[in-house]
Design a binder for this molecule. Structure first.
Ligand SMILES: *Cc1c(COP(=O)(O)O)cnc(C)c1O
Length: 396
């Protein structure tokens, strides 16, 4: 596997491990444990078995013919992570880390969740592997995401409301880290390619199954590699999982799509590369949204999964290298993508994924019909129908 890391945990100047001293022994143990399984063929064989039997991998690759015709340009193919068990790519990472925790002899898992997608994936994996599951979630998110809270509890998770700070994802991560400090025997299962080393590398490795499958699937379906790959970027896990297998091909262009929200003024979006600057948040040096005093800014996106103030450190490096182009799509454009894909292809995308679709809609017409765009459809939109209906003025 190619690695773009010069020193462990560093992506150029980004990443690293900015953690309180009380967490250092737990993180060091995790680094060792991950290094041990990385070259352990029996681990990856067990994971591959569960990827097939539990997640339903490989997920399909779909040629979006009517969307392609609508745009009148490049052929658009969709990698269908919406078809993965629990409805998004999050399960790839939750299963990988869950299995690692099991190998480490852990019996209690701690996780954070924003919209609830990572919490649901973690709860499912804990039920599968017979482990105790504690999920921290901001009380505002608990209120907004009731169906996912109920799903987690059905699968046996102990969902704990977090009342500090903005009572959303950032505060849930703080609380999960606090739990880990007091319970070093527990395993902290972080949900995106973020946080201190080894998480950004480990989460990328577990998500790289997306790009590995798409690599052979696109050759089989289109007879060639794609010209362009598009994925939405919250913390950055579905995108880095898709990009990773293709980074070695300089001819393949890549676009990461951030949430443009209501407008590109601080507090109204989550486009770290447009409105952010360099700094440390929750263990990692990267681009973050902050004010001139270094206070973490509030963020907004119609899609809860893209609504976070920091971006994974590998993306910071790829941005500075110019290898990946980062753009933003606003709430309104995402809503159009959401509706258009539903109508033309019979696929209701997650609002996060709809950002990638919306970017494909504006770029496909500038390309030719012999060219190929690969879009990562990170999740399904069933979780979003209530909020979309609300915005469209439909009373469910
Ligand atoms: C969580 C989530 C995202 C954003 O997270 P990444 O780590 O950037 O992938 C995107 N799409 C869906 C469906 C999600 O649930």
């Amino acid at each position: 596997m190619t690695t773009h890391t010069e020193r462990p945990g560093m992506f150029g100047p980004y990443g690293g491990s900015y953690i309180p001293e009380t967490l250092a022994p737990s993180v060091a143990t995790l680094i060792e444990a991950y290094a041990a399984i990385k070259d352990d063929a029996s681990f990856w064989a067990e994971l591959a078995g569960l990827q097939a039997s539990f997640i339903g991998r490989p997920t399909a690759l779909t040629h979006a013919k009517r969307l392609t015709a609508h745009c009148g340009g490049a052929q658009i193919y969709l990698k269908r992570e919406d078809l993965a068990h629990t409805g998004a790519h999050k399960i790839n990472n939750a299963l990988g880390q869950g299995l690692l925790a099991k190998r480490m002899g852990k019996t209690r898992i701690i996780a954070e969740t924003g919209a609830g997608q990572h919490g649901v994936a973690t709860a499912a994996v804990c039920a599968l592997l017979g482990m105790e599951c504690v999920v921290y979630m901001g009380v505002d998110d608990i209120e907004r995401q009731k169906p996912n809270v109920f799903r987690m509890r059905l699968m046996g998770a102990d969902v704990r409301g977090v009342t500090s700070g903005s009572r959303t994802l950032k505060d849930a991560i703080n609380e999960a880290m606090r739990d880990w400090v007091s319970n070093p025997d527990s395993y902290y299962l972080l949900g995106s390619a973020l946080g201190p080393h080894p998480y950004p590398t480990m989460v990328r490795d577990f998500q790289s199954i997306i790009g590995c499958e798409a690599h052979y699937q696109i050759i089989a379906a289109a007879g060639r590699l794609p010209d362009l790959i598009i994925a939405c970027v919250g913390g950055g896990s579905n995108s880095i999982g898709m990009f990773h297998s293709f980074l070695e091909y300089p001819g393949i262009k890549m676009r990461g799509v951030e949430a443009g929200g209501r407008s590109i003024t601080l507090g109204n979006h989550a486009a770290r590369f447009e409105g952010g600057s360099k700094g440390v948040l929750q263990g990692s040096y990267t681009y973050i949204l902050q004010n001139s005093d270094g206070q973490i800014s509030s963020t907004h996106s119609i899609s809860a999964g893209l609504d976070y103030a920091a971006i994974g450190p590998e993306h910071a490096m790829l941005h500075d290298q110019g290898r990946v182009t980062y753009v933003s799509i606003d709430d309104e454009q995402a809503l159009e993508g959401f509706q258009l894909l539903s109508k033309l292809e019979g696929i209701i995308p997650a609002l996060e994924s709809a950002h990638a679709i919306a970017d494909a809609l504006r770029i496909a017409p500038t390309m030719t019909p012999d060219q190929v765009i690969l879009v990562n459809l990170s999740g399904r939109g069933d979780k979003d129908i209530f909020s979309v209906a609300g915005v469209l003025g439909v009373d469910l």
